[in-house]
Write a protein that binds this ligand. Structure first.
Ligand code: HXC
Length: 535
């Protein structure tokens, strides 16, 4: 464009029509924006839709509040020429980055655009995402990544690898500073899985997403195993078996809705409190059914999820890792409008025993809540760590230690309630008073002891029982005696290990009162670089 002496655009006359130079500049920009918004073109967008997937921009618009998305770096493109790359230059270069709002709260978001070179991660993608993450950390807002990519862009060689390195480094720096959410909406293969793996929560869309380090072909070559994409790394494999994914959406829209819901419980950063809402539920509500929810028979299961749902603000329990290690329960909820993290055992699975997966699930959740100032409420009903060679050889010692470590390190308000079995290690590690819970409650049904009556009697009285003629009767008598003495909350309450024995229906008002007291809890630690948590 020609300029005047004052550097102003010169008006032009084309075929007798005067062209407005300012309008021409705006039109040029609009044209570029329109080009950028077309991703890799109609054919690739059609192919994307045919796979049941939406485009990157469609996803971003659905995720964010209407009209709130502000894109940045839409005009960046790569500088590479080898392997025909000069013929494949698209504005935006395979990732849409920007910021917007979810229910009025600020977030940064990036969405890989599979229609551009398979959404592959490139030098430019790395620059764009790194810039966005720096922005998010400065602004103190969560980052949400919508992943749909063939991984590192092969044509750009080490530049693509560096791009991932830059992202991994930032994921680590941002850890515990701002919440990081990864949403898998297509393939996520090779080293690409490590960015989601470093973030706080992973969502997967059923049927259309998968995650794996090495794909079916490599596995076939190396180990001889035959496996398809879905079985290997689909949403159900990762939500139920590996525990890599925390949430599964039945469709892309449902997945994005789950992301919006989770954001509603999270603070924007580690210096802010989690978002409270005006409470609608009565803080003094007493649910009489709780008084009878624990069966009289100590071996009969009951649903701990129902206990939680009846105590927290109505409709507020949002479970995390629902399908993984179901013998443990973790999730967010509200008590009198304030966000809390719930950790519990589920007697309906493995009698609530703590195994390797449950240890990882609970420890990780406790650490997230502690990093982001979310108070912890723990419901305990566990007969102990799961016995067995598989568990021992799988490293239950190392994994179980994570729970003790996570609770012992946590400085947020912590209140625990033993509803039934609190035996040995399982009692201690679950936010007990001894590892510095602020307040420990128990229900009258609680049994706090080194171990269950059967096991204890076997160890203490084996000889005595064997010597008796009526051994079975004697065993029964001793178990009864032991239960009367130790299988109740009153020994623990007598010595102050339990602060109060509650009638179960009192739990909600008591919890709300306790957390109100602890709202401004402060805690100082010995200075250290960081602990050496057993990983
Ligand atoms: C460059 C790639 C690519 C890649 C896909 N494409 N992956 N281009 N680098 N890594 C291109 C394809 O050539 C194609 O281009 C377009 O993206 C769409 O891919 P299709 O194969 O047609 O799509 P689909 O059939 O849906 O299969 C998707 C896919 C498959 C499953 C992701 O493309 C695939 O397996 N890609 C390789 C996945 C992988 O192994 N990634 C790991 C890379 S190594 P056209 O022009 O035809 O549309 C890695 C290491 C990182 O990531 C290390 C970091 C620490």
């Amino acid at each position: 464009m020609e300029l005047t002496e004052n550097n102003q655009p010169k008006s032009e006359e084309v075929e007798g029509v005067q062209i407005d130079p300012h309008q021409a500049m705006i039109d040029e920009l609009k044209e570029k924006r329109s080009q950028a918004s077309q991703g890799g073109g109609k054919a690739r967008i059609d192919a994307q839709r045919a796979k049941g997937k939406q485009t990157a921009r469609e996803r971003v618009y659905k995720l964010l509040d209407e009209g709130s998305f502000q894109e940045v770096d839409a005009l960046m493109s790569h500088r590479h020429t080898d392997f025909g790359m000069d013929q494949q230059r698209f504005l935006g270069d395979g990732v849409v980055t920007g910021f917007g709002k979810i229910n009025g709260r600020r977030v940064c978001v990036y969405a890989q655009d599979f229609t551009i070179l398979g959404g592959t991660f490139s030098e430019v993608a790395g620059q764009k995402v790194s810039k966005l993450m720096d922005l998010a950390m400065e602004a103190g807002v969560p980052v949400i990544a919508l992943n749909d990519s063939g991984g590192a862009r092969i044509q750009e060689g080490v530049h693509s690898l560096d791009a991932y390195g830059q992202l991994f480094w930032r994921n680590t720096q941002a850890s515990g500073v701002i919440p990081q959410l990864s949403v898998i909406m297509g393939p996520c293969a090779g080293g690409a899985v490590y960015s989601p793996g470093l973030t706080d929560f992973i969502f997967m869309s059923a049927q259309t997403s998968n995650m794996f380090i090495t794909g079916p072909e490599v596995i076939k070559t190396v180990t001889g195993e035959t496996v398809d994409f879905e079985t290997l790394g689909g949403a159900s494999a990762h939500s139920a078996t590996s525990g890599v994914a925390h949430f599964v959406g039945s469709s892309e829209d449902h997945t994005l809705e789950l992301v919006r819901t989770l954001i509603g419980y999270l603070p924007s950063n580690n210096a802010e409190p989690a978002p409270a809402i005006v409470p609608e539920d009565d803080p003094n509500r007493k649910d009489a059914l709780l008084n009878r929810i624990v069966p009289a028979d100590p071996n009969e299961p009951y649903d701990m999820k129902e206990v939680i749902i009846r105590i927290v603000d109505t409709g507020s329990f949002f479970e995390v890792h629902e399908n993984f290690a179901r013998n443990a329960l973790v999730g967010f909820a509200r008590l009198h409008g304030q966000v809390v993290g719930i950790v519990a055992q589920q007697p309906m699975y493995l009698a609530g025993c703590i195994d390797i997966d449950a240890s990882d699930k609970m420890a990780r959740f406790v650490r997230f809540c502690d990093a982001f100032n979310i108070p912890l409420v723990t419901f305990v009903d566990s007969p102990g760590f799961l016995p067995g060679v598989v568990q021992e050889h799988g490293g239950i010692i190392r994994h179980g230690a994570k729970i003790v470590y996570a609770y012992s390190e946590a400085t947020v308000p912590m209140v625990s309630i033993v509803t039934r079995k609190g035996y040995g290690g399982a009692y201690l590690v679950m936010g007990s008073k001894s590892i510095h819970a602020d307040l420990a409650f128990a229900w009258p049904t609680a049994e706090i002891a080194v171990m269950g009556a059967d096991g204890a009697v076997n160890i203490l009285y084996r000889k005595q029982i064997q010597e008796k003629e009526n051994a079975a009767e004697e065993r029964k008598r001793l178990i009864k005696e032991f239960r009367e003495k130790f299988s109740n909350p009153y020994q623990a309450a007598k010595f102050g290990f339990v602060d109060e024995v509650l009638i179960p229906e009192e739990t909600r008002p008591r919890l709300i009162g306790a957390l109100e007291l602890l709202r401004d809890k402060h805690h100082t630690r010995f200075p250290r670089k960081h602990g050496t948590m057993p990983l």
